[in-house]
Ligand binder design. Structure first.
Ligand code: PEP
Length: 254
């Protein structure tokens, strides 16, 4: 039985006081939702403040990126050493990192290995473009991204994967539950071929892309989908709470 998982990716939104207000707005109710792992991923500069606010609750913290070197002349980068005492998750390979910051599969693979080495749990994002989707290349793209990101990785128990079709991120055009479920099945196949069936069944795989309180149920009822990586809707306390509580209710009824 995989524990359901909902993470909020705040992206480059909220300055320090807004981040604190957002956490305060949902803290008590979010903490009460049992049987779902709940992770907030604010911008780097708010990690310390959010960590203090969630202390003693069931809410966990994640960063949105991390460099693969431990220290040195890498201006502007954040290392695993800086993150390890602050948060237990890190989003890696987000399509916005791939698209705007030219992150390659090779770089993402190095980051995944380094995060695992430090015990920081990676949320590995994979997803195809609209062009690839319409040309029927989804399976090829997803399989190749998963295999490249996880090449040479030997510990899988900390790993979470998020299927985020690029055409669905921030567009309001979510995939259907069936589409997401089918592609997540392909991700499990890739994990199976890298390791074995037991690992493929144990790894948590999320859907991400325009998830809201209105459509979360469509994804969560699907058997392969263990939760969601939520962008825009995670910036609204009410919506994020609704996503988390619906996930708890649906998954616990199965
Ligand atoms: C994301 O940032 O990972 C994401 C899925 O964004 P949104 O929910 O806004 O589409």
């Amino acid at each position: 039985m995989r524990t359901p998982f909902i993470a909020g990716n705040w992206k480059m939104n909220t300055e320090l006081t807004e981040a604190a207000s957002l956490v305060r707005e949902m803290l008590v109710e979010l903490d009460k939702v049992a049987d779902v792992e709940k992770v907030l991923c604010p911008p780097f500069i708010s990690l310390t403040a959010v960590k203090k606010l969630i202390k003693g609750t069931s809410i966990e913290l994640g960063a949105q990126n991390m460099y693969f070197e431990e220290k040195g002349a890498y201006t502007g980068e954040i290392s695993p050493i800086m993150l390890v005492d602050l948060c237990n998750f890190v989003i890696l390979g987000h399509s916005e990192r791939r698209q705007y910051f030219a992150e390659t599969d090779e770089v993402i693979n190095k980051k995944i290995k380094k995060a695992l080495q430090f015990g920081i749990k990676p949320i590995l994002c994979v997803g195809e473009t609209l062009e690839d989707n319409e040309a029927g290349r989804t399976e090829q793209v997803i399989t190749s991204q998963v295999k490249a990101a996880l090449a040479g990785v030997n510990s899988t128990d900390l790993l979470v994967v998020a299927y985020e079709p690029i055409w669905a991120i921030g567009t309001g055009r979510a995939a259907t539950g069936k589409q997401a479920n089918d592609t997540i099945g392909l991700i499990r196949n890739s994990v199976r071929s890298l390791w074995n069936n037991q690992i493929a069944q144990a790894v948590r795989v999320l859907y991400g892309g325009s998830v809201t309180g209105e459509n979360i149920a469509e994804f969560i009822i699907e058997t392969e989908i263990d939760g969601a990586l939520v962008g825009g809707a995670s910036l609204k306390a009410k919506d994020f709470l609704s996503i988390v509580s619906q996930t708890a209710a649906i998954k616990s009824s199965r």
